[in-house]
Design a protein around this ligand. Structure first.
Ligand code: SAH
Length: 345
């Protein structure tokens, strides 16, 4: 399998070139692209191709397929967490959330993560490898196939740091947006990053009007440095400067994610300091009561603190929402995804 190409990894132009090398015309590439993005995994089911071409495809390529190793459905809200096995046996998790406005797929970008945030489960077992663009697309396709529902929104907020896998992420975004494929608009896609400054600036120039979310989680370098090692490389000032470039170039409002951790980052002073830093930015703040992760002692802020924090930010004219916690009974909420099997009783 190793020397064969995974057809899901090819963008439309690459597929054209691949087919041209097999002596095939452009329209064949388009037909195959459409089949692949419908979730067809077998060249034999591509009924508008000749038998000869189907056989040839089997000889020179393969179609990657995630195996559903486990599936948990939340009794609270129908959120479904998938444990997918990749072709090489590695495991990742993805989540399907049901909102009034449609189905959202939360996908992983890496096997494990090397960012080391102290409150996040995804980083616990270390980093193994990047996911290819096709493996990210496959998470969306597999969720659609398994659930029978059409995915309308994609959030890259699962395991991994997407901007640490830059080229594959950008390729994936083009794949899901392609009109011959899933055709999901950039405005229906959110990407969350812990704050890799050079890549945020690079992303601003890709001409992709996605929603960028920044995992900020602290009002100053002292606190952020304690809970997010990435802050030792890129300070909050540098990060906010990159965010300003991003909003100026794209004209898109960005989201700051802020996990509320009792006694760590949720005081009145913390809110005032945060407001002072971001009040003139084109942004929105999403407060997330921190989810419990085994191996950490962090506790959720109480409702009163969260409301006070929110009130202070709003007093400075900063739009603030509190994230609904979906799938918490199946460990499918923010920061609870990991690359190994966890037994939930
Ligand atoms: N690496 C990217 C993508 C992960 S997205 C990033 O850092 O943004 C997952 C989101 O959940 C991030 O905002 C992350 O900081 C947040 N998160 C991680 N652990 C959490 C926890 N225990 N409770 C609430 N949110 C958490």
């Amino acid at each position: 399998m190793e020397d064969k190409v995974n057809l899901l990894d090819l963008d439309a132009e690459e597929l054209e070139r691949f087919l041209a090398a097999l002596g095939q015309e452009k329209f064949r590439a388009r037909q195959i692209y459409q089949w692949l993005h419908k979730g067809i995994r077998n060249a034999d089911e591509m009924t508008n191709l000749s038998k000869g071409l189907r056989q040839r495809l089997d000889e020179v390529a393969y179609i990657g397929k995630l195996n559903v190793a486990n599936k948990l459905v939340s009794r609270l809200d129908g959120t479904t967490k998938y444990l997918f096995e990749l072709n090489d046996g590695n495991l990742i998790e993805s989540v399907m959330m049901l909102y009034k406005h449609g189905v959202t797929a939360c996908i992983s970008s890496q096997v494990g993560c090397r960012m080391g945030c102290s409150f996040c489960a995804s980083t616990g077992a270390g980093f193994v490898r990047n996911l290819s663009a096709g493996e990210m697309l496959d998470q969306v396709l597999s969720i659609q196939t398994d659930s029978g529902k059409r995915v309308g929104n994609v959030v890259i907020m699962g395991i991994g740091e997407p901007l640490d896998n830059y080229d594959n992420i950008v390729k994936f975004l083009r794949l899901v947006n392609h009109p011959d494929g899933l055709n999901i608009g950039y405005r229906h896609i959110s990407l969350s990053t812990c704050g890799l400054v050079p890549e945020i600036i690079k992303l601003s120039r890709e001409n992709m009007p996605i929603t960028l979310s920044i995992s900020l989680h602290a009002p100053n370098d002292e606190i952020r440095g304690q809970i997010m090692p990435v802050n030792r490389k890129y300070s909050i000032d540098k990060l906010l400067e990159a965010c300003k470039i991003y909003t100026e170039v794209t004209k898109r409002r960005l989201t700051f994610e802020y996990a509320m951790i009792s006694g760590v980052n949720d005081s009145r002073e913390n809110a005032l300091e945060l407001a002072g830093r971001i009040k003139r930015m084109l942004c929105h703040v999403n407060l997330i009561p921190v989810n419990t992760v085994s191996g950490t002692s962090y506790k959720k802020s109480n409702r009163q603190n969260i409301n006070l924090f929110r009130g202070i930010l709003e007093g400075y004219g900063i739009e603030t929402t509190v994230r609904r916690e979906l799938g918490s009974d199946i460990n499918a909420a923010c920061g609870q995804l990991r690359r190994n099997t966890v037994v939930v009783e």
